[in-house]
Design a protein around this ligand. Structure first.
Ligand SMILES: Cc1cc2nc3c(=O)[nH]c(=O)nc-3n(C[C@H](O)[C@H](O)[C@H](O)COP(=O)(O)O)c2cc1C
Length: 170
């Protein structure tokens, strides 16, 4: 798919079918995560592919936002292995994991899959249920699968500010 088409096609899918994700498509999505840049190339991301009955049940206990997806990608990062910028006030973990996640979302779209970025969840509760090690911080959940036949973008999808409001040429 052309990049412009990928960007246009992506939307937050909130109704998934129960069709399985072919293994090679899931692998392509995960491979795209590897290509993401990270500060100092630390690659501190950790992606959990949640697809067992137990893992999905744990997700459903901490968020109403799985939307029936057969797989949820939990993106975390090792907070003990982030780049801390000079001055010590800012570090790279959240940015790095966000870029990784964005690569996966766009790769999923390219593979004909649908996704929804989900920040509405209780990270402490999920970490405990899944036994996530203490050195890892959870960034977000990504519901992924095939949208249901009647899935459609919300009104938000078509509502974007004009560039004149978000860009300044100096
Ligand atoms: C950081 C972030 C967190 C989000 N969290 C949620 C969420 O918890 N639940 C949800 O249904 N959508 C969530 N969304 C989806 C946004 O609501 C959506 O991207 C926005 O309304 C624009 O719509 P579109 O993605 O269809 O273009 C999130 C998106 C981002 C980028």
């Amino acid at each position: 798919m052309e990049f412009k088409e990928v960007v246009k096609r992506r939307y937050s899918c909130r109704k998934f079918s129960d069709e399985k994700i072919p293994e090679e498509k899931l692998t392509a999505v995960l491979e795209a995560s590897r290509a993401a840049p990270t500060a100092k190339n630390l690659q501190e991301q950790h992606i959990y592919v949640l697809r067992s009955k137990e893992a999905l049940a744990a997700v459903d206990q901490v968020t109403p936002c799985r939307f029936g997806a057969p797989v949820v990608l939990l993106t975390a990062f090792d907070k003990t292995n982030v780049y801390t910028y000079p001055g010590g006030k800012h570090s790279s973990g959240i940015e790095d994991a966000t870029i990784v996640a964005t690569h996966m979302i766009l790769a999923a779209t390219d593979e004909g899959l649908d996704t929804c970025w989900v920040n509405r969840f209780d990270p402490e509760a999920l970490a405990e249920k899944l036994g996530i090690p203490e050195n890892e911080e959870l960034l977000a959940l990504f519901a992924i699968g095939y949208g249901a036949p009647d899935a459609a973008p919300s009104a938000y999808h078509a509502s974007r500010k004009p560039l004149s409001e978000t860009v300044s040429y100096l």
